[in-house]
Design a protein around this ligand. Structure first.
Ligand code: FES
Length: 298
């Protein structure tokens, strides 16, 4: 059973977290500790008997929600396609506001194209755009297309709130996928340097750009390091940087591993497998952002 504090400001969240794995008798005890002072006139006793049943219902709905979520489509209209040296970016108009974390991904389908069966992974390339800008956009998509989106999925970047010196790297022309992370870092007043051969066209002006070859110098000053790379380039990356056994990486060092994700974790197809030191992981569920300290090269 998870140990959950019941004091503090977020009492409702604590009750929810606790009810995930609490036994009914324990749940009664905890809930009574919270509500008894509020219902000192005795009306609380009317509530307590139904709490275990509610907890069971809560767990059931949680399971249903986790199963249904990956299958729920949002319809979007592709309004504009932008092209720069990094490739195509699709700006989508969605009928609702979508919240995501830098590094999370969406799966997109063009349902009117019968040849396009498998969805493609798409990453947001800006935090503050009224439309949803996603890349890399397939070259056969066109403005006006109806796109079915699912997401956001996966684990994004874990930028510590106290980070003030952020170094980012792009190994092969995917730097635009790091722009939401840059914007998040700038919003917490961090200094941000991008090590890349080709900076993205929507690079925030506050971000300094340095050549990729100077990346190892960043270890001396940055307190957070993050990058983006194709999975198939990981071996070449480790060989070129000599990082495989590096003890000098900052404590917080992550990389977004870009790879096909045809089933998005619904079928456990394994196409998106990434090797970590202890085991294989699935980029669609465990990533696409991984700790650089844990990655291994096959
Ligand atoms: S995409 Fe199928 S398991 Fe990850």
């Amino acid at each position: 059973m998870a140990k959950t504090s019941l004091r503090g400001r977020n009492t409702c969240a604590s009750v929810s977290a606790f009810s995930l794995d609490a036994q009914p008798a324990q749940l009664d005890k905890v809930v009574s500790r919270i509500f008894r002072p509020l219902f000192a006139n005795g009306s609380a006793s009317l509530i307590f008997p139904s709490i275990p049943r509610l907890a069971r219902l809560y767990r059931l709905f949680g399971k249903i929600r986790r199963t249904i979520n990956p299958m729920t489509f949002m319809e979007a209209i592709l309004r504009e396609i932008l092209y720069d040296s990094s490739g195509y970016t699709a700006r989508m108009e969605c009928n609702r506001k979508i919240h995501f974390q830098p590094g999370q991904y969406f799966l997109g389908n063009h349902p009117d194209n019968v040849e396009e069966i498998l969805p493609v992974p798409l990453y947001p390339v800006a935090l503050l755009d009224p439309m949803l800008p996603l890349a890399p956009c397939p070259s056969n998509w066109q403005a006006g297309n109806r796109i079915l989106l699912r997401g956001p999925f996966g684990n994004g970047f874990h930028l510590p709130e106290e980070s003030l010196r952020v170094a980012l790297f792009d190994w092969e022309g995917l730097a635009h996928l790091l722009v939401p992370l840059m914007q998040r870092a700038l919003s917490q007043q961090a200094a941000v340097v991008l090590y890349a051969s080709v900076p993205p066209s929507n690079l925030p002006p506050e971000v300094e750009v340095l050549p990729l070859e100077a990346l190892s110098e960043s270890f001396e000053w940055c307190d957070y390091l993050a990058g983006v790379i194709h999975r198939d380039s990981l071996a070449e990356f480790y060989q070129a940087t000599g990082w495989k056994h590096s003890l000098h990486l900052p404590a917080h060092a992550e990389v977004l591993v870009h790879t096909p994700m045809p089933c998005g974790g619904m079928g456990d197809c394994g196409v998106c497998a990434v090797l970590e030191k202890r085991d294989w992981r699935l980029a669609c569920k465990d990533g696409p952002v991984f700790s650089l300290h844990h990655l291994e090269v096959a």
